[in-house]
Design a protein around this ligand. Structure first.
Ligand SMILES: Cc1ncc(COP(=O)(O)O)c(C=O)c1O
Length: 212
């Protein structure tokens, strides 16, 4: 109460905010990614990741092994994506061998993205994202790797740099459960991290706003 409230329009705010963004690289364990704050829910993060990198009709491959992966698939289908679902018993982690089969069969490299929930909160099971990345690289596949890190980034070890590989680059996001970011009304602040390729590939209005 004794401290004057901070004005986000004051001159100090922009450099301070930039320094916070710089510090967020720590939780993604990256020097190369571009972190930004996305004011929205985890569901909003899913939508933002899908709609900013993909178009209706694009082929994507993903795993279903719990509630959140299921809900993300539902969104992909509603957005008109052509979704190849690898269904697994709930409680299992991503089966990289099955992903390998799908990518191997995709001779014309039509698949645009591989989407994985890193930690499936509903079952508590964590998938091996570097291994998923390795399978993509081994197949020399150019698809993007989209990772839901809502309940993992900031809590589980996550090394962004180990995901960067020949084939494609990831877009990642972490959010309230693991990062324990503040809740304002119904809006959760989400910290996202994207690679240079994503930024070049799509008209990222969010990042353009933050990094004019
Ligand atoms: C792994 C995962 N993804 C997505 C979500 C959706 O986040 P929200 O409820 O903020 O939309 C959650 C929520 O707990 C989650 O645990």
């Amino acid at each position: 109460m004794a401290v004057p409230s901070a004005n986000h329009r004051d001159a100090w705010f922009a450099p301070w905010f930039k320094s916070i963004l710089e510090d967020t690289k720590y939780i993604f364990d990256t020097q190369h990614g571009t972190p930004f704050i996305f004011p929205g829910t985890g569901t909003g993060g899913w939508e933002s990741a899908l709609t900013n990198t993909l178009s209706p009709g694009d082929k994507v491959v993903t795993f279903r092994f719990g509630v959140f992966s299921h809900l993300w698939i539902d969104m992909m289908q509603r957005l008109g994506l052509d979704v190849h679902v690898i269904d697994q018993p709930w409680g299992e982690a991503a089966d990289e061998a099955r992903l390998d089969e799908v990518l191997r069969a995709d001779k014309d490299k039509k698949i645009k993205a591989v989407c994985v929930v890193h930690n499936e909160t509903s079952t508590g099971v964590t998938s091996d994202i570097p291994f998923v990345r390795k399978v993509m690289n081994d197949n020399n596949h150019p698809a993007l790797l989209l990772v839901d890190g809502v309940s993992s980034i900031g809590a589980l070890q996550f090394k962004y740099v180990c995901l960067l590989g020949g084939g494609g680059d990831p877009i990642l996001y972490g959010q309230l459960p693991a990062c324990t970011l503040p809740v304002t009304s119904n809006t959760l602040n989400q910290t996202s991290c994207v690679c240079g390729r994503c930024i070049q590939q799509v008209p990222f209005s969010l990042t353009h706003t933050l990094f004019p």
